[in-house]
Design a protein around this ligand. Structure first.
Ligand code: G
Ligand code: G
Ligand code: MN
Length: 655
């Protein structure tokens, strides 16, 4: 805050304005005193035989009346807002004072020449008294003060000096008094001006203090608002955070008959962060926030719920409204970061208020569940919550909870399915397929419980159990003279464990099984770019141990030829869906796969071989090995005797 120097003219104007009230207040009392003194002197002089004094008194009365009239007129003009400036008002009042002084000067000159000592005495006292009073009363006036005092004193003093004798001494004394009084008036006036200026400075200071206070209060308020905003908003996107959403939810929902709660879980966000850096991830979040903020109705609450999770609450909206349209089209226009189109999407779940929940927590739980389901199904549109999702979730949670006890209590077991050489029917080995006989849920398929074990981080434990049992079985076969390998399925999650190689080595040594009798099957998802180096390192070590690595369910997922070449795979297993369709378009896929396998020096196994016709066709395409119901079903106690009808005889060959 700055203080501006006050310009001089304005300052004197302000001083005059401060003086005017004093002048006005004193005006009538002074006039009254003046008139009383005039009356007294007139009466005394008349008593001493000076009759002309009544003429003078008449004149004084007239002047007084004019002054009163002038004063009132000025007051009236003031009330109409047309009054003179403060300087002018003081000037006019000063003229009135001077008029009174002149009338006193005339009287002094005339009366002090009268012989009567009482008249002389009284006149001198009255003049001196009036002049002394002017020291204070006229302090608001500048030059008028000394003039007034001098006018009162000087003519009388001269008159007395002109008289002979002691009167001339009193006349001289009058001069001295006059000088003292003028000095007194001056001192008084300076004091008055100083106090007026002090008062003004005070009020300026007060104004400054009030101003400073106001600024300070504003700053505090702004800061508080910023802090409150930060506490309830996400810094990166400007959206509400969890706390902000909870705070605003109740207010947003009151009065709304319906509302939708959307849960958005971004897909492939981690990959963008990992491959393009956090700036790209930040851009995605900000861009999504911007699209939501500009496209959704103003009453929508938009929150960042977690790293790559958003929650949107749209009060009053129903299915199929604007909001669901916005959600469905959130990724319709591409997200472009420095010229690169990002592969981003979201799994979106929707819960409806009040059907699916009353409170925010409940609604978000339901919407989150629907989003998780949408992710599993790769749904591209928002998925509505329904009760069956909750039932399915409970089942999944139950299964996840029961895995440890199931392993301990031998509810899990392995089924073995034979794999044979296509050309000779020689038994190559058995694939170990995990089974779970759950005490209350019955026989569970690995298709159901393996993904649950993966999600609940129990796959390492399950996988280690399978490896141990499979190696134990293969070692038993060896001891019984059956030279068959065991093929164990591994989830990609197992391969990303650094200690996986040690677990495999441990199982082999524990059961004294040669590494060439263990095959490991991994799906094509092992070729996904994430965690490349780690996976490749583990696979390479396994290969160096002498273990045969197979690509399982070949053709259903993502395989790049470059990766097939670079990864140490020895075998591919063509998925059973292609075998089932061998008379259709899948034939060329199988042909192509066989060609690639030969070029890369890979063994090729056909899965799901069910009919003789399939077997004959596959044989002609150059497939190395068969696995399927035609050869043998997965069973707990495998037989070395297998079915090979395509070879023209029931070849029962023991390895
Ligand atoms: O034979 P079945 O329908 O159970 O096989 C279903 C799926 O479960 C197959 O894809 C198979 O590879 C997988 N699977 C079977 N056993 C295991 C196992 O021990 N570990 C893993 N990771 N997957 C298995
Ligand atoms: O994905 P993976 O190859 O590990 O799974 C093998 C799955 O195929 C198991 O579920 C097994 O029970 C099943 N399976 C094995 N042989 C046949 C077959 O001839 N026909 C069908 N439909 N399924 C089979
Ligand atoms: Mn398999």
């Amino acid at each position: 805050m700055t203080t501006h120097p006050t310009p001089p003219s304005r300052q004197s104007g302000q001083v005059a304005a401060a003086l005017v009230p004093i002048v006005r207040r004193n005006y009538l009392p002074a006039l009254f005193v003046n008139y009383v003194a005039s009356t007294a002197v007139s009466v005394l002089a008349a008593a001493a035989g000076v009759t002309w004094v009544w003429w003078w008194f008449g004149l004084v009365t007239l002047v007084s009346l004019v002054r009163i009239a002038g004063h009132r007129a000025m007051g009236a003009a003031m009330a109409r807002g047309q009054g003179p400036t403060p300087e002018r008002e003081i000037f006019i009042a000063g003229l009135g004072k001077l008029a009174a002084a002149v009338s006193w000067a005339v009287l002094a000159w005339l009366l002090l020449g009268v012989a009567d000592p009482l008249v002389k005495f009284a006149t001198s006292i009255v003049l001196a008294g009036m002049a002394a009073g002017a020291i204070g009363i006229l302090s608001p006036f500048g030059i008028v003060g000394p003039l007034y005092i001098a006018t009162l004193m000087v003519p009388g003093a001269i008159r007395l000096i002109l008289e002979s004798g002691p009167d001339s001494v009193i006349g001289l004394l009058g001069f001295v008094f006059c000088g003292v009084m003028i000095a007194g008036h001056r001192a008084n006036r300076i004091l008055l001006l100083q106090s007026v200026q002090l008062g003004q400075r005070n009020s300026e200071l007060m104004a400054e203090i009030l101003d400073a206070n106001q600024t300070l209060e504003n700053k505090v308020r702004e800061r508080t608002e910023t802090l409150e905003h930060q506490a309830s908003h996400d810094l990166l996107t400007g959206l509400l955070n969890r706390r902000g959403l909870s705070e605003q939810f109740d207010r947003a929902i009151t009065g709304a008959a319906t509302a939708c709660v959307y849960f958005l879980d971004l897909n492939r966000f981690k990959r963008i962060n990992d491959t393009l850096g956090h700036d790209a991830g930040d851009y995605v979040l900000r861009e999504i926030a911007l699209r939501l903020m500009t496209r959704l109705p103003a009453n929508a609450l938009i929150a960042r719920w977690g790293g790559d999770e958003l929650v949107v609450v749209t009060p009053g909206s129903a299915e199929g409204g604007t909001s669901s349209f916005v959600m469905e089209n959130l990724f319709a226009t591409p997200y472009v970061f420095y010229g690169q189109t990002l592969d981003i999407g979201a799994s979106i779940g929707v819960a409806r208020y009040p059907e699916d929940g009353q409170g925010l927590e409940e609604l978000i739980w339901a919407a989150d569940l629907a989003a998780t389901q949408a992710k599993r199904q790769n749904a591209t549109v928002p998925l509505n919550y329904d009760h069956s999702l909750a039932v399915a979730l409970q089942r999944r949670e139950r299964i996840a909870d029961d895995i440890p006890a199931g392993l301990k209590q031998d509810e899990f077991w392995l089924a073995f399915q034979p794999i044979v050489a296509a050309a000779t029917g020689d038994l190559h080995g058995f694939e170990a397929l995990l089974r779970w006989t759950h005490p209350t849920l019955g026989t569970l398929s690995p298709d159901e419980f393996i993904p649950i074990a993966e999600e609940s981080n129990q796959i390492a434990m399950v996988g280690a159990w399978v490896l141990d049992r499979a190696c134990a079985a293969a070692a038993r076969w060896q001891r019984g003279g059956v030279r068959a390998a065991v093929a164990v399925n591994c989830s990609v999650r197992q391969l990303s464990q650094p200690e996986f190689v040690d677990i495999v080595r441990g199982a082999l040594t524990r059961h004294q099984l040669g590494a060439q009798w263990l095959h490991l099957e991994v799906t094509e998802s092992v070729f996904m770019p994430a965690d490349d180096a780690q996976t490749l390192a583990v696979l390479t070590q396994l290969d160096e141990l002498g273990i045969c690595l197979a690509v399982d369910d070949f053709g259903t997922g993502y395989s790049s030829l470059a990766r097939l070449r670079d990864f140490p795979m020895r075998q591919i297993k063509i998925d059973k869906s292609f075998i089932a369709d061998i008379d259709g378009r899948s034939r060329s896929v199988i042909e192509g796969a066989a060609l690639i396998a030969r070029r890369f020096d890979l063994q090729i196994v056909a899965e799901g071989v069910e009919t003789e016709a399939q077997a004959t066709a596959l044989l002609s395409l150059g497939i190395d090995s068969f696995q399927g119901y035609l050869v043998g079903r997965p069973v707990a106690q495998p037989q070395t005797a297998v079915n090979c009808p395509w070879l023209g005889a029931n070849a029962a060959v023991a390895g």
